[in-house]
Design a protein around this ligand. Structure first.
Ligand code: FNR
Length: 368
């Protein structure tokens, strides 16, 4: 099978992409004092030169005092950090690329992330956040209002600096996901409760505010995951009906793209439905919105192991293409392969499989 489907252009509102490949957002911690410098701009520019269709930045934190625990994680506020991002997007555009920042707030993970060890986090049913353990300080309504305003300001800045779209990080157990998750959201006000739709209120209000700031034409992506770093087995939606109830209000609030985070793109989301559709497949089917899939594209060996250590056979690009051809999802995000190799996309397009590089963790120590 040819890789053509991956290289078909894609257009949504003001976003025009030359192909279907998205660089997944990946924290790199190379921005001292939260300021992305020339090396970060050059790193993203190399991915644009390497023909990545859409680059999503590493998570970049919005203006809340508690939003990050690592001084090298970039900010998306303040004159110097925004000047750094201006340079990033100018470099990406000069190389013909497209890019959106991933706006992030860690929530209680700020306290826990630095001490987090995978081997500890998955011991119990709720991992790091043990049942009954009170985690973090509940946000006041003023805190919530401030947070929504901070996301709104960051969104307006993303548009002003010339970014092509933006993404909200609603996945992996960070702030937005913490609200979705009954195990952590024990609020009794209008932002909590038994129903997932009630626990989605923060996300809905964030999306509404971001939409208000950027206007109708600017594309908003929302990254979601059923899994959490703190507990791989917790699922937010157990059936397509629950998933639709969760996502419909978010789509109505203004989400254009659901970026559906999975560890492996071939894992069926609802096996009991007798369907092999993955998370992005179900979300596209239920909402009619554009979806991005992700998870172990081009990876092999030890990196396919799940959190519980179970292994999986690598899947070929052909399997991905088969799913893209049947319109299961629209776009494909690639993470670790694009950390080790800025030219991965061109190699796939040109069938230069003998030149593909294997992923290794050492790659994280430099910006290749
Ligand atoms: C990630 N991932 C991630 N996700 C996210 O939404 N925001 C982020 O800032 C990060 N940071 C991050 C750092 C590093 C070093 C890795 C490896 C991953 C998850 C990432 O976007 C992607 O979903 C996974 O890596 C799975 O894709 P691959 O690597 O299997 O193609």
């Amino acid at each position: 099978m040819s890789a053509n489907a991956l290289f078909a252009p894609f257009a949504l509102k003001s976003l025009q992409l030359k192909n279907r490949i998205v660089m997944a957002p990946m924290t790199r911690s190379f921005s001292p004092n939260g300021i992305p410098g020339a090396d970060v701009a050059a790193y993203y520019r190399r991915r644009a030169e390497g023909q990545v269709g859409l680059i999503l930045s590493e998570g970049t934190v919005v203006e809340r005092p508690a939003s990050s625990n690592d001084p090298n994680i970039p900010h998306f506020y303040g004159e110097q950090a925004l000047a750094g991002w201006q340079h990033v997007i100018d470099e990406v555009h000069a190389a013909g690329g497209k890019m959106g920042p991933q706006l992030w707030h860690m929530g209680v993970m700020k306290e826990h992330r630095s001490g987090w060890k995978p081997s500890e986090a998955f011991e119990g049913p709720s991992g790091l956040f043990k049942p009954g353990e009170t985690t973090g300080k509940a946000m006041s309504e003023d805190d919530i209002t401030d947070t929504i305003a901070a996301f709104g300001r960051a969104a307006a800045d993303a548009k002003r600096l010339g970014f092509d779209c933006l993404e909200l990080h609603g996945a992996h157990g960070y702030l937005i996901d913490q609200f979705f998750w009954a195990g952590l959201n024990q609020r009794t006000d209008g932002y909590g409760g038994d129903a997932l739709t009630a626990r989605s209120r923060l996300a809905v209000e964030l999306v509404q505010e971001v939409r208000r700031q950027v206007g109708e034409e600017f594309v908003i992506s929302l990254r979601l995951s059923q899994w959490k770093q703190q507990d791989y087995d917790v699922k937010l939606a157990h059936t397509p009906q629950e998933m639709e109830a969760w996502l419909r209000p978010l789509a109505d609030a203004g989400v254009d793209i659901f970026h559906c985070s999975q560890r492996r793109f071939w894992e069926p989301e609802f096996e009991h439905e007798g369907s092999d559709l993955n998370f992005a497949g179900w979300v596209k089917k239920l909402t009619g919105k554009t979806t991005i899939t992700v998870g172990s594209v081009g990876l092999s060996g030890e990196f396919l192991a799940g959190f519980a250590g179970e292994s999986s056979e690598p899947r070929s690009i052909d399997e991905l293409l088969r799913r893209l051809d049947r319109n299961e999802f629209d776009l494909v995000a690639v993470g670790r392969q694009l950390i080790v190799d800025p030219n991965w996309v061109e190699k796939i397009e040109q069938g230069r499989s003998d030149e593909l590089k294997g992923y290794s963790r050492e790659a994280l120590s430099t910006l290749v």
